[in-house]
Design a protein around this ligand. Sequence first.
Ligand code: SF4
Ligand code: ZN
Length: 299
Amino acid sequence: MRCRMCGQPAVLRLRAYRLNLCPQCLREFVARRVKKAIKEYRLLEPGERVLVAVSGGKDSLGLWDLLDRLGYPTKGFYIDLGIGDYSRRSEEMVRAFAQARGLEVHVERVRDHFYGMGIPELSRLDHRPPCSLCGMVKRYLMNKVAVEGGWVLATGHNLDDEAATLLGNVLDWKEGYLGRQAPRLEASEGFARRVKPLVLCTEREMAAYAITSGIQYILEECPFSHGATSLFYKDLLNQLEEHSPGSKLRFYRNFLKVRHLFRVEEPPLRPCTRCGFPTVTEVCNFCRLKEKAEGKAQG
Ligand code: SF4
Ligand code: ZN
């Protein structure tokens, strides 16, 4: 198998594009996909400062590498969720990546905000599944740090993630969620702009990018991700892709063309009386959880 671009031995076959690529051309291919997403969806202006949310996985570290290579001033942002060895090893990966490239990383620890409790303890305290609580905590902290530092926030959601989310939203016809699912979410009072530059790159392409770029990333999944519905949807979409290469990309890109048809009813927001960030209730979910944790800590 030879690379279609340069004739060197190829390492990856991309059936959706009828392309065989060698490591060097594969890295260029992924960089072009990211540039295309940035341009087509107006994600970033040249030279804009980007806070890259990193988990230690292939997508977020690959994204950080790509944005740095494309010349954007970046800073990594890692949240220590307090999930045992998984969090410890993820942080090691992020720190090693940053150090090797002379990049800066900002670390927030969930335990520092919730009286020593990490996601597992908070989940028990609040009687909520870890992932719903974790999502809320991550969104809050990412937004807070981005707003306070004047950064654009970039996350490593890839095409597989977005297509799986889309499938879930379509199955239930969640109009509000469909209307809000976009590669770019505008900044507004109390909210940083959020962008997803990897939406045109598949999980497989990002894994190949990380490996061929020498990026060390955490291979194990979060222990709470087991049995997640999104993994089942990804599997279904991969079966579809196997049968009809390129269908994942068509599904997502064609959705973006009709996204404006879905109604988004934004509830009125007001500043949280504790932290000042926008919320629909008097006290935001983050601050409410904090109060519960404080109550537990004080016995
Ligand atoms: Fe958080 Fe759930 Fe993802 Fe684990 S799997 S990092 S708990 S959202
Ligand atoms: Zn608050």
